[in-house]
Unconditional design. Structure first.
Length: 101
């Protein structure tokens, strides 16, 4: 039995999420990111999810903290080819829902 949390549900609706499976080409993945947004990868290395978020989040202190963690963990090497955020999917959705509020 699952519980619906309004903040998480709206965050999931606001974020465009697509899987990062090997069936899509890199150019197709880049093409589906609208102007003013960027793609980030979140979750365990074996099961990363791709999120498309507004670039305005980059100015938020809580998001900048995640970017600092990403820099410490990955440096400039990001195994998925995009920006990799070192946190769980649930934590990321929680942060995004707070930023959208």
């Amino acid at each position: 039995m699952g519980f619906r949390l309004p903040g998480v549900v709206s965050a999931k609706q606001l974020l465009r999420r697509s899987s990062s499976n090997g069936n899509q080409t890199a150019s197709a993945l880049v093409a589906d990111v609208p102007k003013g947004y960027l793609a980030v990868y979140v979750g365990a290395e074996s099961n990363m999810k791709r999120f498309v978020i507004p670039v305005s989040f980059l100015n938020q202190p809580s998001f900048q903290e995640l970017l600092n963690q990403a820099e410490e963990e990955f440096g400039f090497y990001h195994p998925m080819g995009g920006l990799t955020i070192p946190c769980t999917e649930d934590s990321f959705i929680d942060l995004i829902s707070r930023l959208n509020a």
